[in-house]
Ligand binder design. Sequence first.
Ligand code: MG
Length: 169
Amino acid sequence: MINEKMEKAFNDQINKELYSEYLYLSMQGYFERLNLKGFVNWFSVQVQEEHAHAMGMYDYVHERGGDVILEAIDKPENNWQSPLACFEHVLEHEEFVTSRINALMDVAEETKDRAALSFLNWYLKEQVEEEANVGGVLATLKLIGDDKKALLMLDKELAARTFVAPVIG
Ligand code: MG
């Protein structure tokens, strides 16, 4: 059985993962407006990943005999100055999520919930990948600057990303 403090922490994080899904769906819409379909695809994969992250925790709380109580999801931003500014926001957001996963692991340690700690290890590794992935696109966007042709080449590259359902835990 999951302890109350851990259950609450997971519930909070489920909300944050669903917010991530919502934020990236909003960013997907921004790139639809710019007609950059490769970026649209990249964010559609990101949206599915965040949904999977939320559901992984949703299932885990139930598996441990806890309850999931959903709260309201914050309204995401819907416009950015440029693709670069948008990806700076993505990286900032992923760094925030990493800090949240670390905070969840602190609760697991505090409450000696080793099962939760082991489960959360997957999320910690996932965050390392997320930050590296986003950091890579961001670095390319910085190199591109105002070069429209290079931006279209990156767009083509991002069109190739596909969603692979993660095996969580
Ligand atoms: Mg996530």
